[in-house]
Design a protein around this ligand. Structure first.
Ligand code: MG
Length: 386
């Protein structure tokens, strides 16, 4: 099979409510959706969310990388049918090998661009074979349970959102923290949600190592399951030192982008959890590769998301969350709870209790509405026959 055309949509879907944390305040999705067209007319969609503070990519450089590096490789390739088997990483490997990593001098890695193209390729290949991604990533569970996330901002607003989470029956909630009010914020949220809800915190690189240790010590009485990325990405030995002094288990997020990062974090004993995100980790194959490394090292997993993911990445995340042998927390699938309009025919947002069904439809399992892409696209870039 040949891919004869691609279109990159630079999407800016407004949020229902702005979402903030220590590295960014965001009021729209800022994603890149790639549509690929095969020589028989089959169409598939993928998505990546470039974030300068995660992979170093911007929306603009991501589209440029797709146009100049990934698209020529895709257009040159002849794709064979996917062969579902017991080893999902092996099944995905031929698709991944068609996507060059490119020159990463100016970025951490081009993983959002890679994820968008890998997912679009898988969607088009699976649809052509009338297969679901679930046929490749066999599910280990009957449904996926999501947790809530409380954005930064005033403590009053955090408490309001915490009450919404409780009313929705969520059993796990993550709180964005930064600065010096972390303790008051977490105390207020703990009081609002009660003792039975699992709480965890995410600092998005906000602290120095010493600040992180003192902040986490102060948060320990509030029964915090883990603390995500308390310090900036850097030498894993520094994170390991924070971990050795922290009463709360540590989760690596911005420090964990690639399999090389995973290897270094494991070797340094830098964390207790990995936060996987399909866009950050460069698509499904690398996400699952990192998950395997975590399993072998005895680390726990969260399947997280980028803020602003549409139904396309939500669907990919649903399949990964269902497939992982062990997953402690799952985030994402916020759909129209976050976006004023999602791009799929069928809503993907989770329901009460955070529960969401498996997706069984062809490809990634969601049908994308082209009209929604055109309404929310800031620019579209046609490659090949578009
Ligand atoms: Mg995080």
């Amino acid at each position: 099979m040949k891919i004869i055309g691609a279109t990159c949509f630079k999407l800016r879907i407004p949020f229902v409510e702005a979402f903030g944390h220590s590295a960014s305040v965001r009021s729209c999705s800022d994603s890149v959706v790639v549509r690929l067209t095969a020589d028989d007319g089959t169409v598939g969609y993928g998505e990546g969310l470039p974030r300068p503070y995660v992979t170093g990519e911007t929306v603009e450089t991501c589209v440029s990388h797709i146009a100049h590096c990934l698209w020529p490789a895709i257009a040159d390739s002849d794709f064979q049918a996917l062969e579902p088997g017991p080893d999902a990483v092996r099944t995905l490997d031929p698709v991944g090998r068609t996507l060059p990593d490119g020159d990463a001098d100016d970025v951490v890695t081009w993983h959002a661009a890679r994820a968008a193209c890998e997912l679009a390729l898988l969607d088009v290949l699976l649809r052509r074979q009338t297969l679901s991604l679930g046929d490749l990533l066999r599910s280990r569970r009957a449904a996926v349970t999501y947790s809530g996330v409380i954005t930064g901002g005033s403590i009053d607003n955090a408490v309001r959102l915490a009450r919404v989470c409780v009313e929705y029956g969520l059993q796990a909630v993550k709180i964005k923290i930064d600065g010096e009010d972390a303790c008051d914020r977490v105390a207020a949220v703990r009081e609002a949600v009660g003792s039975s809800v699992s709480l965890r915190v995410d600092a998005n690189c906000a602290y120095t190592p010493d600040e992180a240790v003192s902040t986490l010590a102060a948060l320990a009485p509030y029964d915090i399951a883990c603390a995500e990325q308390p310090i900036p990405r850097g030498d894993p030995a520094v994170l390991a030192n924070v971990r050795s002094r922290s009463p709360i288990p540590i989760m690596a997020d911005e420090s964990l982008v690639s399999p090389d990062d995973a290897e270094a974090l494991i070797a340094a004993k830098a964390c207790d959890f990995f936060n996987l995100r399909v866009s950050k980790c460069g698509g499904l194959a690398r996400t699952l590769e990192i998950a395997r490394m975590a399993d072998r090292a005895g680390l726990h997993l969260q399947l997280g998301c980028q803020v602003g993911e549409s139904a396309i990445l939500s669907a990919a995340g649903r399949h990964v969350a269902a497939h992982l042998d062990r997953v402690s927390f799952v985030e994402g699938s916020y759909g129209s709870m976050l976006l004023v309009e999602d791009v799929s025919e069928e809503p993907v947002a989770f329901g009460r209790g955070g529960n969401a069904p498996l997706l069984r439809g062809p490809g990634l399992g969601v049908d994308v509405r082209e009209g929604a892409l055109h309404v929310h696209a800031e620019t579209t870039t046609a490659l090949g026959e578009g």
